[in-house]
Design a protein around this ligand. Structure first.
Ligand SMILES: NC(=O)c1ccc[n+]([C@@H]2O[C@H](COP(=O)([O-])OP(=O)(O)OC[C@H]3O[C@@H](n4cnc5c(N)ncnc54)[C@H](O)[C@@H]3O)[C@@H](O)[C@H]2O)c1
Length: 283
C-alpha cells in the first residue's frame, strides 16, 4: 500500500443504504468531494427523493434498487457501477437493520433477515467488488459498517449483535488478507454507538420473503424495543459527524473507526472478563 493519502475527489463511491441516516450523510460527504456517487437502497422512491433534494447531477449519479441480502442484487450493483463509471475507489457497505427483543423471541425469519441484511450483504459485496477493485492500479478502500454492538454484547439484541460481531471479524480477516497480498485496497470497520437515524424503524424495510414482523411479546422485550428507540434518538453524535469521521479515516487508511470514544471502557471491560475468565459483566 502506498503511503500517500487516498485521493477521493472526482473518484467513484458506492454506498448501500444511501436513502437515510448515516448512508445519506455519506452521500453528502461524497458530493462535497465531487465524487461520482452510486446510491443503492431497497427503497428506490427515497433514493429519488435524495437525488432531488441534494440536486445530484445525472452525469455523476447512479441510483440502483438493491436488496443487499440478495447476492444477485449485489452482483448487479457491482456490474452497473463499473459499467457506468469504470472504477470504484470507495465502497461503503452501510445498509443495516435492527431488531430488539429477548433471544428466544427471535424467529428463524428474524435471524435470516438480520444476518442477511447486516452480514451476508458484506460477504456478497466482498465477493463481487474485491476482485475488481484489486485490478485497479490506484488505491481504493472498503468501509464495512458494524456497530459498537459488534464489540460488546447487549441484552435484547441477539441477532443484531451476532451480525455485527460477524462484520467486525469479516473485516479483520479481509484486512489481513489484503495485507498479505500487499494490495492497494484498504479496509475499515465502522463501529458507532447510538446515532439519531431511522434504524429503530427497520421493520418498515423488511422484505416479504423474511416473513411478517411480529410485535415483541414479553414485557422485557417491549421495554428493550422502547429503550432502543429512545437511545437512538438521544445519540450524542449526529449521522453527519459519523460520515465526516468515515471520510477522515478512509483517507488515512485507518482500520477501526470508533467515533464514540466514550465507549472504550466497555470494550476494555469485556476483554478483561474474557482474559481473566470472569463471567460477563453487565455493561
Ligand atoms: N443509528 C445507530 O444508532 C447505529 C449505530 C451503530 C451502527 N449503525 C449501523 O449504521 C448503518 C446505517 O443505519 P442507520 O442508522 O443510518 O439507519 P437507517 O434506517 O436510517 O438507514 C438504513 C438504510 O438502509 C436501507 N435498507 C434496509 N434494508 C435494506 C436492504 N435489505 N437492502 C438495501 N438497503 C436496505 C434502508 O432503506 C435505509 O435507507 C446500519 O448498518 C446500522 O446497523 C447504526
Amino acid at each position: 500500500m502506498s503511503n500517500q493519502d487516498l485521493q477521493l475527489d472526482n473518484r467513484t463511491v458506492v454506498i448501500t443504504g444511501a436513502a437515510s441516516g448515516i448512508g445519506l450523510e455519506l452521500v453528502k460527504q461524497a458530493n462535497l468531494r465531487q465524487m461520482n456517487i452510486v446510491l443503492s437502497d431497497i427503497n428506490f422512491d427515497m433514493l429519488q427523493e435524495v437525488k432531488a433534494q441534494l440536486k445530484l447531477v445525472d452525469s455523476k449519479t447512479l441510483l440502483v434498487k438493491t436488496d443487499v441480502s440478495q447476492e444477485a442484487d449485489i452482483a448487479n450493483l457491482c456490474e452497473l457501477s463499473f459499467k457506468r463509471f469504470g472504477s470504484v475507489e470507495l465502497l461503503c457497505n452501510n445498509a443495516g437493520v435492527c431488531l430488539n427483543r429477548l433471544s428466544w423471541e427471535h424467529t428463524a425469519a428474524d435471524w435470516e433477515w438480520l444476518i442477511g441484511v447486516n452480514l451476508h450483504s458484506v460477504a456478497h459485496a466482498i465477493r463481487h467488488f474485491v476482485p475488481r477493485m484489486l485490478e485497479q492500479p490506484e488505491r481504493s478502500h472498503i468501509v464495512n459498517t458494524a456497530s459498537v454492538a459488534g464489540l460488546i454484547s447487549t441484552p435484547g439484541m441477539a441477532a443484531y449483535s451476532a451480525s455485527k460481531h460477524g462484520v467486525v471479524t469479516l473485516s479483520e480477516t479481509l484486512y489481513f488478507e489484503l495485507q498479505e497480498l500487499q494490495s492497494n485496497l484498504g479496509v475499515s470497520v465502522l463501529c458507532p454507538a447510538w446515532v439519531p437515524t431511522q434504524i429503530h424503524q427497520s421493520q418498515k424495510n423488511r422484505p416479504e420473503r423474511f416473513g411478517e414482523h411480529l410485535e415483541p411479546k414479553d414485557e422485557l422485550s417491549i421495554e428493550y424495543e422502547k429503550n432502543m428507540a429512545q437511545a437512538v434518538q438521544s445519540g450524542r453524535l449526529t449521522a453527519t459527524q459519523i460520515a465526516e469521521e468515515v471520510f477522515k479515516a478512509v483517507v488515512k487508511n485507518q482500520f477501526y473507526i470508533i467515533p464514540h470514544q466514550r465507549i472504550n471502557p466497555l470494550i476494555e471491560r469485556r476483554m478483561q472478563s474474557i482474559l481473566s475468565l470472569n463471567n460477563p459483566e453487565a455493561l
